[in-house]
Design a protein around this ligand. Structure first.
Ligand code: F6R
Length: 243
């Protein structure tokens, strides 16, 4: 596990974008696993800039996102499809037919999950998986529990995740209670993992996840077992650990 210290959020975003652009330059037909949430917004903005400057070509890239809320359609501005389109897909020359998220509008959870497992398998495997880190240690929507779930599954979001996400909705009642998410085995099968984390409010979970015991109670702790993980964290997020 390699931890790269960034000065602040902007520095973290630039460093993370440079790692992703290096991946695209080295393998133009790469498969990127993507995340939503507030942390990667700056990373996507830097990638868009690099594209606008003529330094990046997304035409060969395939993407698979980590997760999607169950019950939100693509036009809903809180859906993760909308987020990806708004922050990245509509701003670069990616082929939309090669961008994938779980189908939040599929009410049959078993079908939605099996379909998404097939989509991921058909890509041939993720070259670089981008991750954020939840305050409770979740990655994707793999919430604290007794086990590491293997593949795509339907999750009941925890109260803390619902509370953290309510800032994006008109009221807490509107936050979906369930989501489809890639499983831990699938995340761990990515050839390379890039986790971005920022802010003092994430400092204690950074310490617990990456310097503590490996346990499904802190799902991100499993990343300690992956052979190629890069964590780009700002000084505030690293304030409880010594580097
Ligand atoms: C988003 C995702 C989540 C977020 C996490 C951190 O696709 O999978 O695990 O990465 O909730 O969210 P932010 O960045 O908003 O703190």
């Amino acid at each position: 596990m390699k931890i790269i210290k960034a000065k602040d959020y902007d520095d973290m975003s630039r460093k993370a974008a440079n790692i992703i652009s290096a991946q695209i330059i080295m393998k133009p037909s790469c498969v990127l696993g993507l995340a939503t949430g507030s942390t990667p917004i700056g990373t996507y903005a830097r990638l868009v800039e690099q594209y606008q400057q003529g330094d990046l070509d997304f035409s060969g890239v395939t993407t698979v996102n980590l997760d999607e809320y169950k019950g939100l359609n693509r036009e809903n501005d809180q859906s993760y499809y909308y987020f990806m389109n708004d922050n990245l897909f509509s701003k670069v020359n990616i082929d939309l037919k090669k961008t994938f998220l779980p189908d939040g509008m599929e009410p049959d959870a078993k079908k939605a999950c099996e379909d998404y497992n097939r989509v991921i398998a058909a890509t041939g495997g993720v070259d670089l998986q981008l991750l954020g880190l939840g305050h409770n240690g979740h990655i994707g929507f793999n919430e604290p529990g007794e086990v590491f779930e293997a593949e795509t599954h339907c999750v009941d979001l925890t109260e803390s995740t619902i509370a953290a996400n309510k800032r994006f909705f008109a009221s807490e009642e509107e936050v979906p209670r369930q989501a489809y998410t890639m499983g831990i085995k699938t995340i761990m099968q990515a050839k390379k993992i890039l986790l971005v984390v920022s802010g003092a409010d994430k400092a204690s979970i950074v310490k617990e996840a990456f310097y503590g015991a490996i346990t499904p109670r802190v799902q991100a702790s499993v990343l300690q077992l992956h052979k190629d993980v890069i964590i780009v964290a700002d000084e505030a997020a690293l304030s409880e650990v010594c580097l």
